[in-house]
Design a protein around this ligand. Sequence first.
Ligand code: URP
Ligand code: ZN
Ligand code: ZN
Ligand code: ZN
Length: 505
Amino acid sequence: SQNRILIKNGKIVNADKMVDSDVYIEDGVIKMVGCNLIIPGGTRVIDATSMLVMPGGIDPHTHLELEFMGAVSVDDFYQGTKAAIAGGTTMIIDFALPSKGESLLDAYHKWRTRATNKVCCDYALHIGVTSWSDEVKREMEELCRLHGVNSFKMFMAYKGVFMVTDSELYNSFEACKELGAIPMVHAENGDIVFENSKRLLKSGINGPDGHGLSRPEEVEAEAVNRACTLSNQVGSPLYVVHVMSKAAAEVLAKHRAEQIKQYGNTKIYGETLAAAVGTHWDENKLTCWHDAAAHVLSPPLRADPDTPNFLLNMLASDKLQTTGSDNATFNKDQKSAGKGDFTKIPNGVNGVEDRMSIIWEKGVVSELFDPCRFVAITSANAAKIFNIYPRKGCIDVGSDADIVVWNPKGKRIISAKTHHQAVDYNIFEGMECHGIPEYVLVGGRVCVDEGQLKVVQGHGKYVPTPTHSEFVYNNEKVSEIEVVDESKEIKALKLQISPPSSVIS
Ligand code: URP
Ligand code: ZN
Ligand code: ZN
Ligand code: ZN
């Protein structure tokens, strides 16, 4: 029957070990793991001989249907999650971003409305904090208490739009600490970027190359250092999104090492992107304006060709913990708004579909790390940091049946002509990747079946992410998250009291 599946003869890969074992699934949940399992008749059998059975990817960083820089990103919650599944990702975490002064709760509900009925896979939400007031703090509490939110993103760049001051960062970090939530930062010095951009435009540099020139590595590294310093002062955890440069990654690693030396563990986490390890800014290859503009995101792709390997080695040695896509896709005509002024090119690239393939190719095929580390950085670590492990990010009894059966012998060539995204380019165009998702199970439903994509719109659910410890709400200790949203799928979720530092074990 549809809801009973046995995956036979594969090699199960978790973040900590690999074992030859079968997996039995019933009603969307893993019920048994082992050999010679006794299973009911009518169970569908998937033969995974010589394939790897891994937790589906969790992309902790997407922007589907994002209104940004005068445009709306073209991959919405349907196209984006469909493409995610095609590539072996079974859950995304998107960012609900309020404009300055807009209510956080309104942004949260706006994003829930956009996602419901469209998502093909499960999703959670990070919420942006783009200004500071007592009301913002109260809304953060309510989001944690009633809406299953445990992460907030603050921007140190995009001056006048999303950027916050150091005081606002300090206060939001402190609020996160009190709530057991994770503060996330976009680390770039927005004032320097703003002034550099003005100077470059004045000197006649207005093409896409001006984007990278306006925000060099040290402008990213400075902000990473400042964010780490602020989180140290407050005593909060910190998650730095999209680490794009050697300099920034080094600063982050230095702060992690200092915390480990002082406390025996660290609560600083770093994410890099499929884009950052899959490509770089190559003047010689980016021959036309459109191609160059397609590669514009912030922080920018670096011109230093060593950057991808450097970041991959950081991922291998646990100096970075996660990989996102930062999927924020704008079509050629939308990017054209920046012709004559690079500051008006909508920022963002693709990656939600190709992230798993890129990390596999550049990391595992290149022998920089093993399949266990691949699972850690594409799935398990995000689940741990955002406190949904082992429900997600793990192949074990009781976990959701979000599974990718990976055929390491398969290969494909990435192209905008064949991808499942709505966007009309692909920054990884022409790249050959070894290893393909042969089957992808989303909540126990086979959504990639022998390589054939069969998604169901609206099949995905909102996944509440519990805060990291008991927290105080209205002077009352809260030990259970009760999500009040109307949705069918949400039940009270027992709070797992596991500190984010468990990731380093
Ligand atoms: O250029 C980017 N990264 N666009 C998406 C918004 C963000 O800063 O993550
Ligand atoms: Zn960002
Ligand atoms: Zn982003
Ligand atoms: Zn509500």
